[in-house]
Design a protein around this ligand. Structure first.
Ligand code: WT7
Length: 637
């Protein structure tokens, strides 16, 4: 495949950027022309941020899987689409060419149909990182079912909440998943999530770990048995369902500043164009290259840069089941060496963690195939940036620092490899189609350079969130109401003297722990479920590896039991209600929380204490009980 819209020079970037903002219709219309449509659109863009109502390529009809699979068959049918590397270095890897992947997607799409899945139905996918996860996801898209992939680390309770919110009727899962030396019993977690569930009709279980599972009659079926059934039907084809450009492609849940996760909705055509365009331009992908994105498909990074971006570009995407530090901290470098990876896209937390293991794990690993390095999920500190540049890129690979969000569908602010310059710890410049602005608390736009404020986007790009599932008002409130006529990102940001953007972190009550978003309200709700907890407040603090660590202040009823054991119990409660990713790093029992007279927790003070910055706590005179501050300070962990 060639990519006529791949920008080649800094001048080209400037020109395309300008056109994209001045004339989005012709700019995106020209790019969309290069995709496969069943019917061309009538109108490129119609929007208002008030409702919000955003429509890209209205009237157009297509199926994203024809763009990710069918259109590559003729010329690239034998090109590897997915290279899969097991958690276990001794297990043989798998390669699926475009032909093979197409065959398997079509086959599983027929399995879904056979099990009663129809266009528009919500299918929850809860699997480990095996090719069948990508296959299940694409099979949903093939028949127009809406996938909602849930990361394999979420707990039964978290799944139950998401199933309920999405009113999901089908689940695709595995018996278990391998993760380092552990075997996670996914099906058993699903069984727990389904206690009391009224909507799920069918659970399809794929074999991976051979962990014993209980199969419920009439509800649960094996993936492998169902495949056999469609094989006997003889006709392996499954025509791609005709979808409207704005039909929902998927729901992906993410945390916000309220207690309940939001189902971010992305639609078909705009998301496809955005995932593809950003993939091709930011990484400067060349046909034949091996792209290794280390995220899990359960997060947006995996959706856009393991599945939809690379496959829509006819690329080769590497899917890795394991973790960076097992069996040892050289695992990523073995994978890069083994498959001659050209593009490595990972998170600062992984880089910092590997940095901590020292250089010995790099010895003897041939990383010379690497051409481009990427970073995503959180701000990358300069030390990690330089380590990545020097030891992994050997000073020869541009690092793209890509800022974006679940809600943006794809990268928004990033340098482009070998095209626009990098600057350590800066995401640098907006991609074509992205019109960022900084505003102060009052919503005034901050013009000129050398300013910092809250990051907003002034106009829609093709991959923008369309709604939050089942609750459009929530979408409006969260993203489009803080500042009139702007999409509000929730991030603080500065713009330097050259117009480069540096993301400084969330300005709302959302933590970024190891590149994962954790809503403080959601976590507090989970902690408060523990019988001995009266009240709690969560703040983030700087953490060497995770970026942010989780600090919990808890008012505990001491009559309830041994406080030390209780801390373990609280951690257990969080693991059960949300999942292990949300476990607090530190728990401090406190007699009370610093509140204003109106009952609002002064998080600023708690944050400072957690950070260890206790000398200058600012004005505490408005507190209901200022003496609490000293007690909390003294008990700091
Ligand atoms: C939040 C979005 C985008 C996929 C992974 C996370 C932070 C993301 C960067 C970056 C600084 C970043 C922001 C953003 N973030 N990328 N390159 N530099 N911060 O997706 O879970 O939706 O989280 O991650 O705070 O708002 P997400």
């Amino acid at each position: 495949m060639s990519y006529p819209y791949q920008i080649k020079t800094l001048e080209g970037y400037k020109k395309d950027y300008e056109t994209s903002i001045k004339n989005p219709d012709s700019f995106w219309g020209n790019i969309a022309e290069t995709f496969t449509w069943k019917k061309k659109w009538d109108k490129v863009l119609e929007w208002n941020f008030k409702e919000p109502s955003i429509k890209w390529f209205q009237g157009g009809k297509l199926n994203i899987t024809e763009n990710c699979l069918d259109r590559h068959l003729e010329k690239n049918g034998n090109t590897p689409a997915i290279i899969w590397e097991s958690n276990d270095p001794d297990e043989h890897h798998r390669v699926l060419t475009y032909k093979e992947l197409h065959f398997k997607v079509v086959q599983f799409a027929n399995v879904l149909k056979n099990n009663g899945v129809k266009k528009g139905d919500r299918v929850c996918v809860y699997m480990g990182m095996i090719p069948e996860l990508a296959i299940a996801t694409l099979a949903c898209a093939r028949i127009g079912a809406i996938h909602s992939v849930i990361f394999g680390g979420f707990s039964a309770q978290a799944i139950a909440d998401r199933l309920e919110d999405a009113q999901a009727e089908f689940i695709v899962t595995c018996d278990g998943a391998y993760r380092a030396a552990k075997d996670i019993p996914l099906k058993s977690v699903i069984d727990d999530a389904l206690v009391g569930n009224k909507t799920i009709k069918r659970v399809i279980v794929c074999t991976r770990t051979r962990t014993p599972v209980s199969m419920i009659k009439g509800r649960d079926v094996w993936w492998e048995d169902e495949i056999k059934k469609v094989e006997t039907l003889g006709n392996p084809d499954c025509p791609a369902e005709t979808m409207d450009a704005e039909d929902v492609l998927f729901i992906l849940y993410t945390s916000g500043s309220t207690g309940k996760p939001k189902g971010v909705v992305h639609t078909t055509a705009g998301y496809m164009v955005w995932a593809n365009y950003t993939f091709v331009n930011v990484f400067q992908y060349q046909q034949g290259q091996v792209h290794f994105c280390t995220a899990d498909i359960g997060w947006i990074t995996g959706h856009s840069y393991i599945v939809y971006g690379p496959l829509s570009a006819g690329g080769t995407t590497l899917l890795f089941e394991g973790v960076p530090t097992w069996p040892d901290a050289g695992r990523f470098w073995d994978v890069v060496d083994k498959f001659k990876v050209n593009i490595l896209y990972t998170a600062p937390t992984a880089i910092r963690s590997l940095m901590g293991f020292g250089l010995e794990y790099l010895k003897g690993k041939d990383l010379s195939s690497l051409k481009v390095l990427g970073s995503v999920g959180e701000p990358i500190n300069e030390e990690a940036w330089h380590w990545y540049d020097k030891n992994i890129g050997k000073g020869n690979c541009p690092i793209v620092d890509t800022w974006w969000q679940t809600e943006t569908g794809g990268m928004m602010i990033s340098n482009m490899a070998n095209v626009t310059p990098s600057k350590p710890s800066f995401a640098t410049l907006p991609l074509p189609g992205v019109e960022p602005c900084l505003v102060d608390e009052a919503g005034n736009e901050l013009l000129g350079n050398n300013v910092s404020g809250n990051l907003c986007i002034k106009s829609p790009w093709p991959g923008i969130i369309r709604t939050t599932y089942g609750d459009h008002e929530r979408c409006r409130q969260t993203y489009f109401s803080t500042y009139e006529n702007k999409y509000f990102t929730g991030d603080g940001c500065l713009r330097d003297e050259d117009g480069n953007y540096r993301i400084t972190g969330r300005v709302d009550d959302v933590l970024n722990v190891s590149g994962h978003r954790i809503g403080t309200a959601e976590l507090e709700n989970a902690i408060n479920m523990h019988a001995g907890v009266i009240e709690s407040a969560i703040v983030g603090y700087p953490h060497d590896v995770k970026g942010q660590g989780i600090y919990a202040y808890v008012i505990f009823d001491e009559t309830h039991g041994d406080p030390n054991l209780s801390k373990q119990d609280i951690i257990q409660t969080v693991t059960r209600i949300i999942g292990a990713i949300a476990k607090p790093d530190k728990i401090q029992f406190v007699p009370g929380l610093p509140k204003t007279r109106s009952g609002k927790i002064m998080r600023r003070i708690l944050r400072k204490i957690a950070e260890g910055d206790v000398t200058n706590l600012g004005d505490t005179s408005t507190l209901l009980d200022p003496s609490l501050v000293d007690i909390i300070k003294d008990g700091r962990i």
